[in-house]
Unconditional design. Structure first.
Length: 239
């Protein structure tokens, strides 16, 4: 079983068998022939400085037409969803939030989505990330707290168990997220879960807890309301 390791050193310096190694995914390999034919300047003409090129985006969730497509970096998120996916289901004002780079990147609120550019620097400035560019759109009919709980359950199941904080922390966070869903937790557990996920951020080999950091950062008021109400809304996840 493959195990992740802390970085640095990065594979380009110390990789396979302790030797410098180049790691290239399929998307990188697929771009190489066209870049060789047309030149680096052509590829760099897409997107902003420092975020140049194209990217393969996969959009799922509450859009009218989920899709996978190649697009220029630095495109506004709203324009991307409307051009390639027919917009948010129920209109832009029905948007609750977006996970912009796969399940391990923090959630963006609607206000953040209004001006977000789909590139590394813009999303980093919003305390999220482009990640794998697997965009998950969530509308106001979804139970966002229950959706985050599902992600916590996924990472609990997928933890390799190599490092103790992850092995034990994923189980604890999944359990407390379930109590958030049902309204059985207490208000102190919001801060406890936030602090635990931040501590795990600095020491885990695989920083999956970033999505939970985003949840606690932007949804603390919703979580508090859930706990005060003491019940779960019967809403969909993001099917």
């Amino acid at each position: 079983q493959g195990k992740p390791r802390l970085k640095p050193p990065f594979p380009a310096n110390v990789g396979v068998f302790g030797c410098p190694s180049t790691v290239a995914n399929v998307e990188t390999v697929a771009n190489a022939p066209t870049i060789c034919r047309r030149g680096a300047d052509w590829f760099k003409s897409f997107g902003r400085s420092g975020n140049s090129g194209t990217k393969l985006f996969c959009v799922s969730g509450h859009v009218n037409h989920p899709a996978t497509f190649e697009e220029s970096m630095s495109m506004p998120l709203r324009e991307m969803l409307e051009r390639h996916c027919g917009g948010v289901r129920g209109g832009w004002d029905n948007l609750l939030g977006v996970i912009p780079g796969g399940a391990s990147t923090p959630l963006l609120t609607k206000d953040q989505c209004d001006n977000a550019l789909m590139d590394f620097d813009s999303l980093k400035d919003l305390q999220s990330g482009l990640g794998t560019a697997a965009v998950i759109v969530i509308d106001k009919q979804a139970d966002i707290i229950k959706a985050i709980w599902r992600l916590a359950e996924f990472y609990k199941h997928e933890s390799c168990g190599q490092c103790t904080p992850c092995r034990e922390g994923t189980d604890w966070i999944a359990n407390v997220m379930k109590r958030f869903v049902t309204g059985e937790a207490n208000l102190m557990e919001i801060q406890m879960a936030d602090e635990l996920s931040r501590q795990m951020e600095d020491i885990l080999f695989a920083p999956w807890q970033m999505v939970l950091l985003g949840q606690f950062r932007v949804l603390s008021e919703d979580t508090e309301e859930r706990l005060r109400r003491g019940s779960c809304r019967s809403k969909v996840y993001w099917m």
